[in-house]
Design a protein around this ligand. Structure first.
Ligand code: PMV
Length: 315
């Protein structure tokens, strides 16, 4: 076993969302989903052995029940010693930028290497999913699918297949009030649209996968925005309502639509938070970044490309 091991992973953003889980164990999404892995936004996780488990997030020691439960499950199958885990994000944490996705992908990658667990990519994806379902997708780079029956993420295409770019407009740095797991449960139990959401998911997934394979931007834009807006309709019609947008989020969506009317290849997607992610071609990226930076309430613009999967950077 090594002294310290460091892994890095990037968040991913879903173009076909999942929102709602299956009732059986394993933290399985209710619907097929598909994402792109980002570059630039990075979680770096360093682990070493300690007398007892300790978790530091961005330099601060915290209690994290999710990580504790996850380690307990991992230890029911593998011999894993007490670990001191230091995880740092170079972007806002728990604010709809998928920090739990990059977090669990980096963590299982680091633990696997540190403790010689012998897990291949599929198995790492499986373990990452048990921490946070979207984390299964951050094991891979490029275009990634999380689909039945295995629910281990698989790479649909590498970044080089279609080097799209993503402009993130940060409209708030506050951590979200309701986390994804609680929000999904609420929507499943209370939104009158939940069954319609389940019924439409397979078709959205096939359409997006086809658009990616054909590099058909218009088709991908249509299905990705629809999937995003359907998910937010579920959220908004939950009881109590789940409202993640700020006025600036809505203004950014209008800005993206206006850019598209001017001929730019761009579409938006929004997760469980107020940040807007504008997916665009390299050609349109400068105009998209400049326009979103001008929207009142936008605090920061982060330009990303498509990134690689989780990997060990130091051992
Ligand atoms: O798996 P979680 O708990 O990180 O939830 C992900 C929820 C969304 O980001 C809103 C959708 C998705 O498919 O990533």
């Amino acid at each position: 076993m090594q002294n310290t091991t460091t892994a890095q992973a990037h968040p991913n953003i879903a173009l076909v969302k999942y929102w709602g889980k299956q009732s059986k164990p394993g933290n399985l999404p209710a619907t097929p989903n598909l994402s792109i892995t980002l570059s630039n936004l990075t979680t770096t996780t360093k682990i070493k052995e300690g007398k007892k488990d300790a978790f530091h997030l961005n330099g601060e020691q915290i209690e994290d029940a999710k990580i504790e439960r996850w380690l307990q499950t991992l230890r029911s199958e593998f011999e894993v010693p007490s670990l001191i885990i230091n995880s740092d994000n170079n972007f806002p944490t728990s604010a709809g930028l998928a920090s739990s996705a990059s977090g669990f992908a980096a963590l299982i990658t680091a633990v696997n290497a540190h403790c010689d667990l012998g897990l291949n990519e599929e198995m790492r994806s499986n373990w990452a999913r048990q921490g946070s379902a979207s984390a299964a997708r951050s094991i891979h780079g490029g275009f990634v699918a999380l689909v039945p029956p295995q629910w281990e993420a698989m790479r649909l295409a590498p970044s080089s297949h279609w080097p799209l770019e993503v402009v993130v407009a940060v409209t708030s740095r506050a951590a979200k009030a309701v986390n994804s797991t609680q929000g999904m449960q609420r929507s499943k139990q209370t939104s009158p649209f939940y069954n319609a959401w389940l019924r439409g998911a397979a078709e959205d997934y096939s359409s997006a996968a086809q658009a990616i394979s054909l590099r058909d931007f218009t088709q991908l834009a249509q299905v990705a925005e629809l999937s995003c807006l359907k998910m937010h309709s579920l959220m908004l019609t939950s009881n109590p309502t789940l409202s993640y947008w700020t006025p600036a989020s809505i203004a950014c969506m209008d800005c993206v639509r206006a850019l598209r009317d001017q001929g730019h290849q761009v579409f938006f997607t929004v997760d469980a938070g107020p940040q807007i992610k504008a997916v665009c071609t390299a050609e349109s990226r400068p105009a998209v970044s400049a326009a979103l930076a001008q929207v009142p309430g936008v605090l920061e613009i982060i330009d990303c490309g498509l990134g690689e999967g989780a990997q060990i950077i130091d051992q």
